[in-house]
Design a protein around this ligand. Sequence first.
Ligand code: ATP
Length: 464
Amino acid sequence: MEKVVSLCKRRGFIFQSSDIYGGLSNTWDYGPFGVELKNNLKSSWWKANVYAREDVFGIDAAILMHPKVWQASGHVKNFFDLKSDCKSCKKRFKSADLKDKDKCPECGGQLTESRPFNLMFETHQGPVEDAANLIYLRPETAQGMFVNFLNILDTKHPKLPFGLAQIGKAFRNEITPGNFTFRTREFEQMEIEYFVHPDEADKFFAYWVEERFNWYLKLGLKKENLRKRPHTKDELAHYAKSCTDIEYNFAFGTSTALSADGERSRTTGWSELEGIANRTNFDLEQHEKFSGKDFKYFNDTTKEKFYPYIIEPSGGVDRSVLAFLADAYFEEKVHPRTNLNKAADKQEIGAGVKDDTRVVLKLHQDLAPTKVAVLPLLKNRPQIVELAKRILGDLKKSFVTVYDDTAAIGKLYRRQDEVGTLYCVTVDVQSLEDKQVTIRDRDTMLQDRVGIDRLKEYLLEKLV
Ligand code: ATP
């Protein structure tokens, strides 16, 4: 994980927030490559869960909501962790993480008794800071979908089962944030609230667990690094009947797992990426109680009126980005190859490269921040540069394409490998004669010579 963190900082994926002031702890900014990766991840999720389906609709609700939402949802009463403070060093700990409930793990001082600590960030709406104006930054995007349930019924008239999907920021005043972007106080969620007949809740719960698990696999996470972990009864949130986490084997962290005899054991590495929960009809009933509006669904064929159950796949954008980065990180020895011509081999481990190890991010092509890099072999040959810039302009219309001429070719390849660029297009002296360029594949490092007039078509075929 340290290597991934170091790559993220070195190559502009993720920076410490407010770095020039010493940084705000556990808060991160996404740089040029990071924001592309994050946007690609979100758009892959949206495509799979909204565009590819007929039964899920997207929404984008406000972060600030009426304070009654959080009373109805149970967050004001129940959304807390138990914490203990050290009387000597004043550090704060999550009680669940403490081996010795009395002794500070940092300085050995005495700990206070554990007390509940609500994780919601509070603020005041408007200029007056009194209790009447108290509002919260949302700790989950889900409630924005529940409070719009009636609007969707009135405007789209969907039949059950149907879902709402949303991607957006959520805030939790975590007691112990950490592990880079894994646990932060400001993060993004991608959530679906899928409304079903209560009799079909178990079926759709199982369906969404599979659906979401497979989404991670399709986008390239290694199967051996992904697992499903059903929650034990005492772990379930106050609103849930069942919940299964999709976990990734990060190179840090702890997770609770069930051993064969049903006892809990601690395993390292496996940590939650996404939780799929059966929230029952809890939220709709509560919002009916607090708002006075009728949240029941009417089936005009069977004439049945009831509260739908809700199946919720709730994933973290930042955690997923971290998992995809960790999974795609490879260090590989590069050997001269015999199946290529000498010039190509020279390019691969030639000019500008000191060692024969390459760092490569083998991100899925839908996630890779940059699809193509155009590289002139000689930057002081105006005709080569002119041709390379013309190719760049053309490719930019179809793919995220960059230009780099700031080093020798071997080094340029290494730089693109490190940020996961799928194809490098090299323009050389011969290109001026034969109107062909070399295309190098990130993963195989194999090179093809392709006519410039066929270049776009060639890439489109590869990048479907
Ligand atoms: P955890 O047990 O790790 O605290 P959770 O069970 O409280 O997570 P949920 O309430 O199920 O998390 O939230 C859904 C998803 O939102 C999580 O699977 C995770 O990917 C993401 N998420 C939750 N809290 C954080 C956080 N503090 N930082 C980053 N992502 C988070």
